[in-house]
Structures are given as structure tokens and as C-alpha cells.
Design a protein around this ligand. Sequence first.
Ligand SMILES: [Zn+2]
Length: 391
Amino acid sequence: MLKKISVLIVVVFFTTSVIGQQANQRQINVGTDPITQASESGEWLEPSPAKGTKAKNVILIIGDGMGTAQVYASIVAQKENSNFLRFPFSGFSRTFSHNRYTTDSGAGGTAIVTGRKTNNHHLGVLPDTTPIPSLLSFAHEARMSTGFVVTCSVLDATPASTYAHVPNRKMYDTISMQMAQCGYDVMIGGGLHNFRPENRKDGQNPLDTLLRRGYEITYSLEEMNRSRSNKLVTFFCENYYGPIAPGRDPVLAQGTKKALEILSKNPKGFALMIEGSQIDWACHNNDAAYMEAELADFESMLKIVLDFAEKDGNTLVVVTADHETGGLVLVGGNIEEGKNECKYVTGNHSGVMVPVFSYGPCAETFSGINNNIDLLPKILNALGLKTYLNK
Ligand SMILES: [Zn+2]
């Protein structure tokens, strides 16, 4: 009997103690930084990247078509210097779309940035074509700075999923007008052709709209780097850039640097989406040399982002892919020489899980097997913007 009572006392004591600790923890974490706040007992709380720490900025990086085999090929090719090895947390993302086992970039991008599954070829809309907001539109509404940098056209599926709402990703006239009106601060990529009035069927002039809304529009790397504007659109080419290997300018790295320079001025923080677009194109072509060159280009962008995030301390970095492309298998290679023997089993996308890498405040919440629609709520939670999800 005595034994039973003592067990009960221990249980009661333990329970009240845990509840007390939780209440105390909640109280301390409301609106404060646990790293710099003392607890009521006067003890400094443990510095921790978890619980209560919020991110001021987020950089979401999408490697189009970048599955785990593509990432491993890059790690091998970079020998011990791959920037992927700098991420403390990693996980997976399941990429299926609302209506297909294998997603396209429209539904894939939409799922990542809006947190909702949709049909292939849709952009920024539900399967019934209802428009849905994205990470960048939430951040814009919260008065954070916003932008994207891509190595494809600014009208392509991944960048367009952040600002456009169309049932078909090829509706370039509509998509370009929606981009001109979205209000993001920095937009860098290709695709000038569809902005010129003479190439349009609707008679509208989105270049004029951009200028009237206060943007500086630049047309080369040099012009972009010379710009002092805080609202910047850069078109590097009429339609699509060529591959990096035969001499494309380092637009991904330089565009990222420029975007960070502009966006980081906002004391409310920023949300930046960056896409390494041509990993996908290389894998559609089953071209391993093209793929490795694009991955090397992706690595130089990652270095800039991680160096920034390390210095800043308040930036969450999430790297993932919209889907895998090519069904890449690494059947052999040479670790010392940084060589991979690549075989592709398809010229299309595959349905395999893709990796997720994260760094910075709340980075640990991205580990495990995510659904691609889990990423947005986790990012909004990290930014303290989760209430936007209920709007
Ligand atoms: Zn894609």
C-alpha cells in the first residue's frame, strides 16, 4: 500500500513538474529570443536552433529535376568541397501531383510554394482553378521584401508558380501581365520576348506596367550590377539562356548576390526563391556533362547563399526539387577523380522522392519524409507567419 502511494506521489510530482516546465517555456518563448533571454530563475536558457527561434529571412532553393542521384553526382564531382555537405539537416519530399503519380514543374512548383496539390500544368491555382497565394505573396503582404532568380524564363513554371494563377502554364501573355503586377522587388531571369508588345496577342505592354510601378529594367549582367534601384527586373535574354558550360554568364550566382544585396535591406526580412532550372533540361536530354556543369553552377550559388546565411544568423535556407528528371542511376565512377558514370532510364520526370536540405532557424523541422505541400507551412511557421495559412 505504502509503495502504491509513493508511486502515485512520484507520478503527480512528475506530471505537475512537466506541465510547469511547459508553461514556463511557453511564457518565455512568446515574442522573445530564447538565446538572449534569461529564465525566471535567472539562468540563461540553452542556445538552440529549435523551439521558439524564428527566422527573419527565408531562401527557398529549387533544383529543377534534382533528385538524390543528381545531388550525389555533384558531391562526387566537387570532391570534398560540395556545398551540399554544409547542411546540418536533410530529409525527403514526396512529389506526386493532384492528378498524376509523376508531377510536372507547374504542379510541383505550386505545391512547394503554395502548400496545395494541384493538377499537372496548373500554376498557382487549385484543381478547380481557384487562385491560391504563395510564399512570396504572403511575405509581400507581410511587408517583407520578395524576389526570385532563375536560369530559365521568368515566365517558366517554377518562377511563375510564385506569382501567377493560370490553369495552363503556357498562357504567357496572362502570366507576364500577372508578373508585372505582382509587386515583388527583384525578378531576374530570361523571357523578354513575351513582354514585348509586338510579340503579344492581347495588345498589352507589361514592360510599361513594370516601369510605371517603379521598376528599373536591366538587360545584361553589367547593367544589373550597375543598378542602384531597390525594385529591379533583369532580363538576361529574349527567351532562354544557353547552358553554363559553353559560356553562359554566371547569372545564377551574380543574380543571387544582387538579389541578396537588395532584399536584405528590409528590416522586416525577405523571402527569396532561387531556381537552378537547367539541371532538369540536361536530364531530359540524358546529358551527364551538361547536368554536372549545371550542378557546379548550382554549387556556386549555394556557396553564396550559405555564406550569407552563416553570417546573418537569422536566415532559413531550404533546398529541394520539384521532381527528379531522367531516372538517373550512378552505376559507377571514381571518387578520387570526382567522376560519375551516369545512366538515365527515361527522358521524362520520375516519381521518386527528392531530397530536402535545410540550414538556419527551424531547419530541424524539415527532416524526415515530407510531402511537398508540408514545406510551405513549415517555412511560414519559421517566419512567424503561420496565421497567413488560415486566410
Ligand atoms: Zn521541374
